[in-house]
Design a protein around this ligand. Structure first.
Ligand SMILES: [Zn+2]
Length: 412
């Protein structure tokens, strides 16, 4: 069905905000496909602007017809078709003019891209968003890739002080990604494959040399490749070994002690430790009344796991010291006690802590941790569940930056 009376042309001209010399040539309603096809054209003889210098130039010719999806009209997909004029600029030669309704190289109008970004940000899954908007996966990726590229090019990185570098398990098996976060603004700065020194260096290289030199401290696990990369790329930045990573190393040691002891007890028919795994790992402050009672008797049982647990709990006092000298003294005492405990898994962690002590006590000067970005961590975890298929790392990276980069994603 076509409309020739001009009213609909006028209607769409206003809706699209099209100004002369662009005009709505015709509007076709395809009832069967539920589509509105709008053809725009450039008034013959009108001058056009060179995209490089903005000078008014004569039109040289028209590029082949292209189409852009626009916001739906009453649930009818609305497609703009046009042949874009090419100018012949005396300075820049033959150039395709910039159309007012879309960004260069876009397959969608600005308004549609803006709308799609909002839907993608809100939708529970991108499959759902795709279905809502009638987009293919390829089109979604096109929109997301452009949104992230836009955001990265506009991003302000000056004044960064505190960074976090962390690894995350990705996909099946032993594959990892490394993530750099801005701890003060809780945003992901970059994501790379693997967790090697080279990957951490690639993260640092997203910053300029000046920006790197402004970094005061970086939080990370006691992972040598990350440590080396920081020394290499930002030697002035103090490394602060993340206290939550340290707590999880200690928790694993406590759990190892419990497992071994439980086996020994069970061999003698003693089920004291059955079903207690969580109790030793939880924060006692979060116990239910029932758990608190159960735990109180276990804690005073004289079991090995109880001693391991006490050592773990005691260690956390370190974070409350204000002066390095006092903290070192505390650590020495703690280390001595653990060394004499004969609890092997714990002694192993204590030695690791001792060898990294300088970069643990930096916490007293820079109380930073990767858990400031805990919200980000769980978000990244959720995104992982949906990142499948071919080129999945690249998709995963785009999704992380799209959701967690605090980027300005929208077309202007
Ligand atoms: Zn020009």
């Amino acid at each position: 069905m076509a409309f020739g009376d001009g009213a609909l042309q006028q209607h769409y001209r206003l809706l699209l905000g099209i100004e002369a010399p662009w005009r709505v040539e015709d509007v076709k309603l395809e009832m069967a496909d539920k589509k509105v096809e709008i053809r725009l054209s450039w008034t013959e003889g009108a001058k056009a602007r060179c995209p490089e210098c903005g000078q008014d130039c004569g039109v040289y010719d028209h590029a082949p017809e292209r189409s852009w999806r626009h916001l739906d009209t009453m649930q009818f997909q609305t497609i703009i078709h046009a042949r874009t004029p090419r100018v012949n600029c005396s300075t820049h030669g033959v150039k395709t003019v910039v159309v007012p309704w879309a960004e260069p190289h876009g397959r969608f109008s600005r308004l549609f891209e803006r709308f799609a970004i909002d839907v993608l940000l809100c939708a529970r899954s991108w499959t759902q968003a795709q279905a809502l908007m009638g987009l293919s996966w390829d089109e979604v990726r096109h929109i997301v890739r452009r949104a992230v590229a836009r955001g990265l090019s506009r991003r302000e990185l000056d004044g960064l002080r505190y960074l976090g570098i962390d690894e995350k398990n990705f996909g099946a098996g032993q594959s990892y990604i490394s993530v750099m976060t801005d701890l003060e603004r809780s945003r992901v700065l970059e994501v790379v494959e693997d967790r090697t020194q080279a990957s951490a260096e690639a993260l640092w290289d997203t910053l300029s040399e000046v920006q790197r030199w402004q970094i005061e401290a970086v939080a990370m696990d006691m992972w040598e490749p990350f440590l080396k990369a920081s020394r290499e790329r930002a030697p002035q930045a103090e490394v602060v070994h993340d206290k939550f990573h340290i707590a999880s190393h200690l928790n694993e040691a406590v759990d190892e002690v419990r497992r071994k002891e439980h086996k020994e007890l069970m061999a003698q028919g003693d089920a004291t430790l059955t079903g207690t795994r969580q109790l030793w790992l939880f924060n006692p402050l979060n116990f239910t009344a029932e758990q608190a009672v159960e735990f109180a008797s276990l804690r005073d049982s004289g079991l090995k796991v109880a001693r391991a647990w006490a050592a773990k709990e005691l260690f956390s006092r370190l974070w409350h010291y204000r002066y390095e000298g006092a903290a070192r003294k505390f650590f020495r005492n703690w280390f001595g006690w653990v060394s004499r405990s004969r609890l092997k898994p714990l002694i192993k962690v204590a030695r690791m802590l001792k060898s990294h002590l300088d970069n643990i006590l930096t916490y007293l000067r820079h109380p930073i941790t990767n858990a400031v970005t805990e919200g980000l961590n769980s978000k990244i975890q959720t995104l992982k569940a949906n990142a499948r298929g071919f080129r999945s790392f690249e998709n995963y990276r785009l999704r992380i930056l799209f959701f967690c980069g605090k980027l300005d994603l929208y077309p202007l």
